[in-house]
Design a protein around this ligand. Structure first.
Ligand code: NZQ
Ligand code: ZN
Length: 397
């Protein structure tokens, strides 16, 4: 049983290579054109439902690209929880026009979709095969990103999550060729993110850290310390960014935390499966909800479900080091208080809804969702079978 290993120190070997070049801070977009030119002349600009037009970023980017004599093509309307239909459309444009580089301007959805467009452009079959794993991602057009929402870490990782509404599937894959070549991280571009999306993005960052932190084995303590600082960064700055949308310090801290929560650094070679994300992906697959909202509802229930004598030390560490709970208290008291503090942060401070019932989701699909989510959970922090995932979902009602 994996849980028996809690407390056993296992210092994993690992390879760490993230060659994404990051331009962080204000006015860095001045380097956009010089970077794009390195990859060729034909640029496919990809973006979402129009937020980049409202904030003037579209005009800035288009002007710079055109003035530099690059050829510009566009794919707009990429959905939150991006659909495979957008991937297919983008891959078709790339093949027909001989695109050299994809410029993804937006949040995680635009970046994820662009990654699979880039891979689809290099693949002869249906790009959905690349998500299902029926085909390997062996090549991808160069991806350059301009991030407008701090959440997923997609700007500095090789992951991408694509939805197929026809099959009610939402599938994430990590494939090295999908790693962006260059990412522009200007915190001022996130000033217009709504309080709700700021909350959901922050919860996503928080969850990426927890998925790694709650591991069956103890690894390098410096990584635990780093994760605790990242968690405290989100706790400190997410409420500030919601109240003062143009607070640079808050937006900058969240943006860099987003990248470092999921760029491979904190993993340190851990191989256990994530728990809350596979469950949440079923929720967004069936009900198209915001990823961070689903995580907010699931995470505290998952914590309660997996808290037992063997997992207690990790929850105590979390409570003491992240929420400054008095270490002199009894371990169970600390662990339960830590979970309560997590709930308070999500529901009271960040003000996201706390139950599936409130967002109109019932138990009608729980059996199939739990079955799908549990496929990879045999080596999770606490291994979970389908009926156990279903129990966690029932707790979320
Ligand atoms: O579509 P537009 O008009 O751009 O509006 C978006 C969208 O409605 C808006 N937005 C983005 N930047 C904005 C802004 N509004 C105002 N001002 C700005 N500067 O915010 C909404 C949500 O955007 P989206 O890109 O969907 O959010 P997020 O970055 O949270 O991405 C979520 C997707 O990423 C996947 C999720 O499952 C979900 O599909 N994930 C990707 C991961 C990865 N690649 O590693 C890991 C994550 O765990 C996650 O699963
Ligand atoms: Zn996530």
């Amino acid at each position: 049983m994996q849980t028996e290993a809690v407390g056993v120190i296992k210092l994993n070997s690992f390879t760490y290579e993230i060659p994404t070049k990051v331009y962080f801070g204000q006015n860095q977009l001045g380097h956009l054109v010089e970077e794009l030119k390195k990859f060729g002349k034909k640029v496919l600009l990809t973006y979402g439902g129009g937020s980049i037009k409202k904030i003037g970023l579209y005009d800035t980017v288009v002007k710079a690209v055109k003035e530099a004599g690059l050829e510009l093509y566009e794919l707009s309307g990429i959905e939150p929880n991006p659909r495979v239909s957008s991937v297919r459309e983008g891959a078709k444009i790339c093949k027909e026009e001989g695109i050299d580089v994809i410029l993804a301007v937006g949040g995680g959805s635009v970046i994820d979709c662009s990654k699979f467009i880039g891979a689809g452009a290099k693949y002869d079959g249906d790009p959905w095969d690349l998500s299902t794993g029926d085909a390997d991602v062996i090549d991808c057009l160069p991806i350059v990103t301009v991030l407008t929402l701090s959440a997923t870490g997609s700007e500095m990782n090789c992951g991408g999550v694509i939805s197929n509404p026809e099959t009610c599937d939402k599938i994430g894959r990590m494939c090295t060729p999908l790693l962006p070549k260059v990412s522009f991280l200007d915190p001022t571009l996130t000033y217009t993110v709504s309080p709700y999306q700021t909350a959901c993005g922050s919860i996503d960052i928080f969850s990426h850290i927890c998925e790694c932190y709650f591991a069956p084995e103890k690894d390098l303590s410096m990584l635990d310390g780093f994760m605790e600082v990242l968690l405290k960064t989100v706790i400190r700055y997410a409420p500030v960014a919601m109240k003062e949308p143009d607070n640079y310090e808050a937006r900058a801290n969240l943006m860099w935390a987003s990248s470092w929560a999921l760029n491979g650094f904190i993993d340190g070679g851990k191989t256990h499966a994530w728990s809350c994300h596979p469950i949440e992906h079923e929720l967004s697959a069936y009900y198209d909800i915001t990823h961070g909202l689903g995580l907010a509802i699931i995470t505290p229930r998952w914590m309660k479900y997996v808290l037992n004598d063997k997992t207690m030390p990790k929850f105590v560490q979390y409570g003491v080091n992240v929420f400054n709970i008095d270490p002199a208290k009894a371990p169970r008291q600390i662990a339960e208080e830590a979970i309560r503090r997590t709930e308070q942060f999500f529901y009271d401070t960040l003000k996201v809804k706390s139950t599936l019932t409130e967002i109109g989701i019932g138990d009608e699909n729980f059996t199939i969702m739990a079955k799908k989510a549990s496929r990879g959970l045999a080596n999770a922090f606490v291994p979970l079978k389908a009926d156990e995932v279903k129990s966690i979902l029932m707790m979320c009602l």
